[in-house]
Design a protein around this ligand. Structure first.
Ligand SMILES: [Zn+2]
Length: 887
């Protein structure tokens, strides 16, 4: 699964720098310190019965938001029992019958436990061990948010339409099929559905047979699935179109609503490219006959795309490229999201974690694999530098007390949902990068191939992967892997001294721990693979163990620690070392420039070095630096700007400096794309326009307004359209907001319409933000847009959005998918600098959130308290620096 892309929703609205941008990621409730190695097979169901095969027929009634089902489940009773317990939610049952292979047919008593999400089938006498067929008729509900079987209504030129899709991860297959809905109960599925004859039905496998029922309906039976986990089953039906290509023996498809199939061309070609690459990388060919990617209108607060085996589901904004509005960064997103979901076809679908404790095996691996593959197949995008942003996202989350280890113990369904966070995705991916760097990419790939081969169609725990890599590499990694995955937090490598003798520089390291909220914490200990490199020299490797280490680097030049940035740790230099690296900044490799900026920002805000050190680096960024370096400067300036909110005089002084620093970089690239310019430049253009506008650059705001008023293709070319609209919406007055509103109402493209409604929620003007909140509660924006609108208001008006959401909780709960609820409300308040917000969050959690699911709230509180501390303690240092540098 790919988490929801906040950037795709909030458009030009950017309120935080890299180190805090992902702080909204929710935590998961686990013990703080090292968890024991996970060998325990967790389950919420009794383990005495297991499913072998589900034969399921459904008849959806899309108009009534309900469906009828028939299930015949072949089960194996492993030890005698008088009851069979399985998962079911919102279902009723009739005609339940148990057929033994030999013997008497039995009719069990059925009882439902809504809280436990189970149905129990009780028999008069214990069933003997053996194989049985459990059959039943049942009914279920069709939802309006992306959980279980759900409906999405959308606008088209031909009027309103409704399509049905499913979303089961982590635990919602139980809303569609009475089932053993846990990842380690793998089984095969035979699915049949009665659907309108003119519509297209899609599932994991190709259609085996389609029969006209004569009443405007047809019965579609899909081929038998491979053995797989319940959460990977997919079913969709609607007024769809499909385009295909082939890669080897596999038919690759994209499925969209009718009329927009052309917009999926890039996704189709990308899928073919990626599948070819993965067939080679994994050494086990993709095992299904087809691989579809199904585009759906709407959105979810929980996810952007889902890796159902053979039938990936992706929201339109993450799959389609609309020639009127899509940008370079949308294009890169389409590719990397497809690469992520296709990686899951092996890591997750073919080999699946035994239990949610090891969710990172799915998500960390897919995150890493997508990054690697995007860089390999599209080097012109230079996405290798994104690794630093991913690491910063993880560290933002990993540096407060409520963090958790990558491998964490999960008990409840809600805890499993909360595990989809920056630790699982970005830290998991970063740790893999570090270990791949440690053993070498060939040995790593050999290990992965052996792991795939050995565990195909099975379930694993993390140590299965570590052992396979260790065997392939002939080098121990288990201890390092455990240090970084079984204990939480971030190593801090302190450069204690650097001395040059006989043409060699010796660095002495001491290992501490980087935290944002516990300066006096006793550090945990890690074995840290460290790579150091003297300016212009070769990288040198060492392992820091037991809290200390050293390295000898040829030459007497400044030394960059974590050269290449593959290490998951922060580096704190002595002031003298830092000064040397700072002055050499323009000569560093771009990835090391970015890494150094990330560390300098985070360490400065935490008070471990001067908070103004980041500005010293920013001043040394050459005008022709890599576009992503300027992107980092722009977003960090936006972040500092937010800290000055409400203090006009000081904010004005900072803005003058920030605008003066960014303008030359923007002047180089200008408003209009140049022929043959590099792709990252197009992305930087949108970032600089957004940042300069936020920093109050009147020229940029005026030009955006001029282009909006002109409104034509030349003034608002597709790559700039959303950026210009974002600036205009943010600075909107009532008349402008009304105009944007009218555009949203008139729009017939579902994807573009969704983006207009998101834009209506970004104004700085409080009265307009309130109107956006009221609008979000109406039917008008569409069922799945409202939660995103309220979250967008929370970007600039966190207190307003949070208070509003809490005051309208019953209405808003209906507009948020159940998987996101525990983190949705605290996320709204996350950007607050109001001292009363932590208390409000606490009161909310105590009243509405189970004690085992409160980490999202606690993390928001930690972030708010940290931000207040930054404002109080770090801004004065920046003020002093600005005075000195004529800000
Ligand atoms: Zn994923």
């Amino acid at each position: 699964m790919r988490r929801t892309l906040a950037a795709a929703i909030s458009l030009a609205l950017s309120v935080s720098a890299t180190s805090v941008a992902f702080a909204q990621e929710a935590p998961a409730p686990v013990a703080q310190d090292a968890a024991p190695p996970v060998v325990k097979a967790t389950t919420q169901l009794p383990r005495n019965v297991r499913p072998l095969n589900y034969t399921v027929s459904v008849v959806p009634h899309a108009d009534k938001l309900a469906f009828d089902g028939k299930a015949a489940i072949r089960i194996e009773v492993l030890e005698p029992t008088d009851k069979v317990v399985l998962n079911a939610v919102d279902m009723t049952f009739a005609n339940v019958v148990l057929n033994p292979e030999n013997g008497r047919v039995q009719k069990p008593k059925v009882s439902i436990d809504a809280n436990a999400q189970t149905a129990t089938f009780a028999f008069d006498k214990p069933l003997a061990a053996g194989v049985y067929l459990l059959s039943m008729d049942y009914t279920g509900k069709i939802g309006t948010q992306a959980n279980g079987l759900f409906a999405i209504d959308y606008d088209t030129k031909a009027g309103k339409k409704r399509a049905l899709y499913t979303q089961f991860e982590n635990s919602d297959a139980r809303k569609f099929i009475p089932s053993w809905d846990e990842p380690n109960y793998k089984a095969v599925f035979d699915l049949t559905a009665d659907v309108p004859a003119r519509q297209m039905a899609v599932s994991n496998m190709p259609v085996a047979e389609s029969k006209d029922l004569g009443n405007g309906m047809k019965r579609v039976r899909f081929q038998t699935s491979p053995k797989m986990s319940t959460y990977l089953l997919f079913f969709g039906v609607g007024d769809f179109e499909r385009a295909t290509t082939t890669s080897g023996a596999t038919e690759i498809g994209v499925v969209t609503q009718s009329g927009v199939l052309d917009q999926a061309k890039f996704a189709l070609q990308s899928s073919a490219d990626v599948l070819k690459e993965y067939n080679d990388y994994f050494g086990v060919p993709y095992p299904l006959p087809k691989l579809d990617n199904v585009a759906s209108p709407g959105r979810s607060q929980f996810f952007g795309a889902m890796e159902n085996w053979g039938a990936i589901y992706t929201f339109e904004y993450a799959l389609l490229l609309d020639p009127s509005i899509s940008t370079q960064s949308d294009k890169q997103g389409v590719f990397s999201i497809a690469a992520h979901e296709i990686a899951h076809q092996w890591f997750g679908d073919l080999v699946t974690m035994s239990w949610w404790d090891d969710l990172w095996l799915n998500e960390g691996f897919a995150t890493w694999m997508a990054a690697r593959t995007t860089q390999k197949l599209h080097p012109e995008w230079n996405t290798a530098l994104y690794a630093v942003g991913g690491r910063e996202a993880a560290m933002g989350r990993d540096s407060v007390a409520t963090t958790h280890p990558v491998v964490q113990h999960v008990e409840t369904v809600e805890q499993a949902s909360q595990a989809f966070d920056a630790i699982t995705y970005q830290k998991g991916g970063a740790v893999i990068s570090m270990l791949e760097g440690y053993v070498g990419s060939d040995a790593w790939r050999e290990g992965v191939r052996a792991y795939m081969k050995k565990h195909a169609y099975g379930n694993t725990v993390s140590d299965d992967l570590w052992r396979a890599v260790q065997d392939a590499a002939g080098k121990p990694i288990l201890d390092i892997a455990h240090d970084f995955t079984l204990q939480p937090g971030i190593p801090l490598i302190r450069v204690e001294s650097a001395t040059c003798t006989n043409g060699k520089t010796t660095l002495q390291f001491k290992q501490g721990e980087f935290t944002r909220d516990r300066p006096d914490k006793q550090p945990l200990t890690w074995r840290v693979p460290v790579i150091a490199q003297g300016l212009g020299g070769q990288p040198v490797r060492t392992l820091v163990e037991n809290g200390a280490g050293s390295v000898e680097v040829p030459g007497c030049n400044p030394v960059i620690v974590n050269a290449g940035q593959s290490g998951y740790y922060r580096t704190l230099y002595t002031p003298q070392q830092f000064a040397g690296i700072r002055d050499a900044f323009p000569k560093l490799a771009p990835i090391d420039q970015l890494g150094l900026m990330g560390d300098t920002w985070a360490l400065g805000m935490a008070g471990l070095q001067a908070s103004s050190d980041y500005l010293d680096l920013a001043m040394r960024v050459p005008a022709d630096a890599d576009p992503q370096i300027w992107g980092d400067v722009a977003s960090s300036f936006e972040s500092i700007d937010r800290y000055y909110e409400g203090d006009d005089a000081r904010q004005k002084r900072f803005r003058a400096f920030a605008v003066k620093t960014l303008r030359p970089a923007f002047a180089r690239i200008g408003w209009d794309a140049k022929p043959n310019e590099a792709d990252p430049v197009a992305i930087l253009r949108t970032e600089l326009i957004g940042a300069l506008a936020q920093l109050g650059d009147e020229q940029v705001i005026a030009e955006a307004r001029r282009r909006f008023a002109a409104g034509d293709e030349k003034a608002m070319p597709a790559p700039l359209r959303r950026t210009i609209l974002g600036v205009v919406a943010r600075n909107a007055d009532a008349a402008t907001w009304d105009k944007l509103h009218a555009m949203a109402q008139a729009e017939k493209s579902a994807m573009v319409k969704d983006q207009y409604y998101a834009l209506l929620a970004v104004p700085e003007d409080q009265a307009l933000a309130k109107r956006a909140l009221d609008l979000a509660l109406t039917e008008e924006p569409g069922e799945t847009n409202s939660a995103g609108m309220i979250a967008n208001v929370g970007g600039l008006h966190p207190d307003l959005a949070f208070d509003f959401a809490v005051a309208h909780m019953p209405q808003i709960d209906a507009k948020v998918d159940t998987t996101s609820r525990a983190r949705y409300y605290p996320g709204l308040g996350n950007n607050s600098l109001d001292p009363s917000m932590p208390g409000k969050l606490k009161a909310y959690a105590e009243q509405h959130v189970a004690p085992t699911s409160r980490r999202a709230t606690e993390t928001s509180i930690a972030n708010i308290e940290y931000r207040m501390k930054v404002r109080k303690d770090r801004l004065p240092v920046i003020d002093t620096w600005l005075q000195k540098h004529g800000g």
